[in-house]
Design a protein around this ligand. Sequence first.
Ligand SMILES: Nc1ncnc2c1ncn2[C@@H]1O[C@H](COP(=O)(O)OP(=O)(O)OP(=O)(O)O)[C@@H](O)[C@H]1O
Ligand SMILES: O=C(O)[C@@H](O)C(=O)CO
Length: 428
Amino acid sequence: MTIVLGAIADDFTGATDLANNLVRGGMRCVQVIGVPSAPIQLDDVDAVIVALKSRSCPSEEAVSASLKALTWLQQLGVRQLFFKYCSTFDSTDQGNIGPVADALLDQLGARQTVMVPAFPVNGRTVYQGHLFVGDRLLNDSGMQHHPLTPMTDADLVRVLSRQTPHGVGLVAHATIAQGTEAIQQRLEALARQDVRHVICDSVSDGDLERLAEAVSSQPLVTGGSGLGQALPERYRRQGWLAPIAEPGRLQSASGRALVLSGSCSRATLAQVDAFLERHPGAGFALDPLSLAKDDVQWESAFGFALKRLADDEPVLIYASANPEKVHQAQAELGVAQAGELVERALSQLAASLVNEGVGRLVVAGGETSGAVVSALGIQALRIGEQIDPGVPWTQATLAGRSRPLSLALKSGNFGGIDFFTRAFEVLQ
Ligand SMILES: Nc1ncnc2c1ncn2[C@@H]1O[C@H](COP(=O)(O)OP(=O)(O)OP(=O)(O)O)[C@@H](O)[C@H]1O
Ligand SMILES: O=C(O)[C@@H](O)C(=O)CO
């Protein structure tokens, strides 16, 4: 059967989040890390997700990587394209959501796309074009302090209008509530006014189902994984997808357990605190200012982890810090360098500690996960059981290792407070 969906995700945790929801909808998914350099086996696959690290890089790089992914997916003959970005619309005035969406539309020869970041089960909803995280507007949710893409405006029409020269419009909730026909009529009316990007309100799974029905035949849809949760059922009704497939089972996990965290989100900071409270002495804090000086802190972190792993004790290495500390590091080092130092330190720890027997690895943060997965040389991930909404266990085959590596890539703001402990319980 034809591959139904080809997705391009702007970060690695976002890619596994989308894959997780598609698998739960009964689609057989493969997640690849960048465009594969050699042909890969895609028999019996309904969806292919290309994970990029294009959320925070210069927009020209994001556009070029996304178009390369699109070309590859077009060659596979996929029926619909999905541009996956964050449910908190992480971006800056330079992009990358607007420029990438424009470039994808151009290459597809399509005139319009919907923008649907909502993921209600995780508290992300959009009403009158304004993004909420739980009961807070985006700019008051903690996302205003994000180290790389601070979100200081919750009005997505306004946010996106700064990123594209094209028209940006809204399908408001009153229309979504009326159902498919009303949504399609509104999209058509906006297209006639040359509105190219359409932010869509959605406050419930029902809204996402109505939207999915309205857009499941469009060449390109964009948004968070909430829309991805609703699409498989539409594809099935359109006859594009066989009845519910058995989502693949992963091999049993083996090896030592390690948690690495480079996310500074409110949720991750609470998860770090909860883990350290439950396992006193199990954490090692990295600090970009020390990392910038020499290798001493990295070596200490490595030694600390080795010792605890040898004793089979829980271990968490983290750079996660409150906004004051992050700003202090950024003021001295610059935003990009502070981030890079942390990403390099954590990804080198991952590579070295996997060599020392780590087989179950949890990574918190999308950029951080991108750096770790790249350092490990992983090319593709199989999707397994969900730990919390949006975060599944995955498995990767590594060169020179007989057993696969089990890997959970946690989006910054996802997961319950006990995530770092519960993740390993789910594996047993
Ligand atoms: N103490 C720190 N000071 C400055 N920058 C930091 C610090 N700790 C982490 N960082 C950087 O902040 C960025 C956090 O982004 P990351 O995407 O990993 O987390 P997140 O945004 O919370 O997760 P997600 O993208 O999944 O929502 C990374 O580039 C990381 O290196
Ligand atoms: O949509 C989300 O919130 C996540 O999948 C994500 O992209 C975080 O990096």
